[in-house]
Design a protein around this ligand. Structure first.
Ligand SMILES: [Fe+2]
Ligand SMILES: [Fe+2]
Length: 351
């Protein structure tokens, strides 16, 4: 029997919520749900102790507690769910009303989930070829010393200046030169982190490439050899490509590049929290900041924004509040996390 996932559980709960009955005919109670799942899992674990442990590790106990509190609908977008959103959406379709129209579909992309106890190094806003080399070296050296398990390149690794819709200075590096530099850099990263999982998340600057094709050469849209993953040889380098609007979930910490939520203002971390309502780590703003909020249940939510690894004096904003920085995130098996929100100042990594 295939191992059951959160998605299986949610689908089952959604189905039975409508009927108020479990498949074994019993009406739904916390105890019945527990018994039902214990039976479903029989044979999958060596003994009852392992079975209970497996259920607890799977988060089922917590999930059905939430379900009984009546907040199950929000669970449907929990990051543990790996099934396509459309499949989940269809479960709740009320089929005794005919509107005569098909479902409108969804842009929802299931989050990329980083599971287990891991140490993640996060670099973002390198903006090749406008990177700050000493700063970048200091950050990478630090991640090597930290023995990270996962390297997350969290958006705006490239600048794609020549694909920008803004005014361009003609003598800036060509797209060809930028891509070549990027390929060299990614190959080097793979050598420096030979066994680590490397994730490449698209930021708003990576989006420039596809936007350029859509606006300037739509006939080339969708040509496989012109996609970022082909141009940057992600397959050869064993780099996992995470799309622009895909959330990354590491334990209880949600990770975004930042363009997805369009937050700004004087208190950056706070305004991001107003958008996300959970613990989060965001790049994009090129500035280190953080804020903590305590919920009425006494749980802390933490939001971090991390600095950039590019030149602090871009020609579009010579005077600004940007700073160099990156992060190391330790995630525990139970989803707890600790963020080291590091700055690089004068070539030195500081907290
Ligand atoms: Fe950026
Ligand atoms: Fe950005």
């Amino acid at each position: 029997m295939a191992k059951k996932t959160f998605a299986d559980f949610v689908i089952l709960m959604d189905k039975f919520y409508l009927k108020k009955k479990l498949p074994n005919g019993k009406s739904i109670s916390r105890e019945n749900v527990s018994q039902y799942f214990a039976k479903e899992y029989k044979g999958e674990y060596a003994n009852q102790k392992d079975q209970r442990k497996g259920l607890a590790e799977g988060g089922f106990r917590k999930l059905y507690t939430l379900w009984f509190r009546g907040i199950a609908p929000s669970i449907r977008i929990r990051p543990e769910i790996e099934r396509p959103a459309k499949e989940l959406r269809s479960i709740n379709l009320i089929d005794d009303i005919d509107l005569g129209i098909p479902d409108g579909g969804t842009n929802f992309i299931a989050p990329y989930v980083i599971t287990g106890a891991v140490k993640i190094g996060i670099l973002a806003d390198i903006h090749l070829p406008y990177h700050d080399l000493p700063v970048l070296k200091a950050a990478i050296k630090h991640l090597q010393k930290e023995n990270i398990d996962v390297l997350l390149l969290n958006g705006d690794i490239f600048d794609f200046y020549k694909c920008s819709r803004y005014q361009q200075i003609p003598n800036k590096p060509s797209l060809k030169a930028e891509l070549e530099m990027g390929r060299v850099f990614l190959r080097q990263l793979r050598q420096l982190f030979p066994t680590q999982k490397i994730l490449f998340k698209d930021g708003n600057h990576e989006n420039r490439l596809e936007n350029y094709i859509i606006n300037q050469a739509p006939a080339l849209y969708g040509v496989e050899s012109l996609t970022l993953s082909q141009l940057l040889e992600f397959n050869d380098l064993n780099i996992i490509h995470i799309k622009s609007h895909q959330l990354i979930q590491a334990g209880n910490l949600s990770i975004l590049h930042g363009h997805e939520i369009n937050a700004g203002g004087v208190n950056l971390a706070r305004s991001i929290y107003m958008k996300v309502g959970c613990s989060a780590l965001v790049a994009h703003n090129h500035k280190t900041s953080e804020v903590r909020f305590k919920t009425v249940q006494g749980n802390w939510h933490e939001v971090y924004t991390i600095g950039c690894l590019c030149d602090l004096y871009p020609d579009y904003a010579i005077f600004n509040q940007m700073n160099n920085g990156f992060a190391v995130v330790k995630v525990a098996a139970d989803g707890g996390f600790k963020v080291d929100n590091l700055r690089v100042d004068g070539g030195v990594v500081v907290r």
